[in-house]
Design a protein around this ligand. Structure first.
Ligand SMILES: [Zn+2]
Length: 303
């Protein structure tokens, strides 16, 4: 009798294993990370790298497509890079027109259910009929995207669920503190408009209640017309602008001309589309750079 029970048990175990194997192989598109191997995560550019790194830490194998130090808007990945993304367990990108190359990958090289499109999870702002992709410059959006990244890491790697949750909670707290620093810091504004290099700050302006006037368009390559330049110069006088904000990675040539023409003082406002080598060497990250942005914004709006 005992022998027969043992045999039955064996048969049941084998049966369950076979079922697991079959379903394991046939659930197409389901993330099936090999046990003992870290999920391979590709992100398009720095702000998403920051989120994935903070949440995934040592539990993921993280790679970034757009290297730091280049203008992210116009980056074109190499064929080799595109091929490499194929091996990703998840490909995380911004969307909303920021990485045109990425939109082409989805559904061809990368299966759609292996992607996370950050802009799907936040409220998009439209500027002149085009969606503004610079969603990461509102810390609240970063928190929402972070939540989705946490969820996808857990679905890829259940074993480390607690760590992903703990890491996300820590990150979320830092983002909430940053958000509060901005709210408090910009509460007593004396001015409500800033002059910036390219139109990257709509989400920040919307969150903290100020306006941006930009020299170039959503893409820094969109140089303004002579008429726009004339209007901006006129406006700097009317609005009593004291500063013009420059960027670290890309500045349209006209920004320099306007700064010179108007005698405005220049300050840095970093749209965080990538880190410079210096920023990397100094151990800067999204939060520390946003804190510096706040210091400079206060100079232009509060002090
Ligand atoms: Zn931009």
């Amino acid at each position: 009798m005992v022998g027969r029970m043992k045999t039955m048990k064996k048969i049941i175990i084998i049966f369950v294993l076979v079922i697991l194997l079959i379903t394991g192989c046939s659930t197409k598109g389901k993330p099936n990370v090999i046990v003992g191997e870290k999920p391979i995560v590709y992100v398009s550019f720095y702000p998403l790298y920051f989120l994935a790194e903070e949440i995934g830490r040592d539990n993921i194998d993280l790679k970034m497509v757009i290297p730091n130090g280049v203008d992210s808007h116009d980056y074109e990945p190499s064929m080799k890079q595109l091929k490499a993304i194929e091996e990703a367990d998840v490909f995380i990108y911004n969307g909303a027109g920021f990485e045109n190359w990425a939109e082409k990958l989805v559904g061809t090289i990368v299966e759609e259910d292996k992607t996370l499109k950050a802009s799907d999870y936040v409220e998009l702002i439209e500027i002149n009929g085009t969606f503004d992709p610079h969603i990461w410059l509102n810390p609240e959006n970063m928190n929402r995207i972070g939540e989705k990244i946490r969820d996808i890491f857990i679905s890829l790697d259940e074993d480390n669920k607690n760590e992903y949750e703990k890491n996300f909670n820590e990150l979320s707290n830092r983002l909430k503190i940053l958000d509060k620093e901005f709210k408090d810091g910009l509460k007593d504004k004396k001015k409500d408009t800033i002059l910036v290099s390219h139109s990257a700050f709509a989400y920040m302006a919307d969150r903290y209640d100020f306006q941006q006037v930009s020299v170039a368009g959503i893409n820094p390559e969109q140089e303004p017309s002579p008429r726009t330049i004339a209007n901006i110069i006129e406006m700097t006088e009317e609005e009593n602008f004291e500063y013009i904000f420059l960027e670290t990675l890309a500045n349209p040539k006209t920004v320099d001309i306007i700064a010179e023409e108007t005698n405005l003082k220049t300050l840095l406002l970093n749209p965080l589309e990538g880190l410079t080598e210096e920023e990397q060497n100094n151990g800067e990250d999204y939060i520390s750079i946003m804190e510096k942005n706040l210091i400079n914004l206060k100079k232009a709006l509060v002090e």
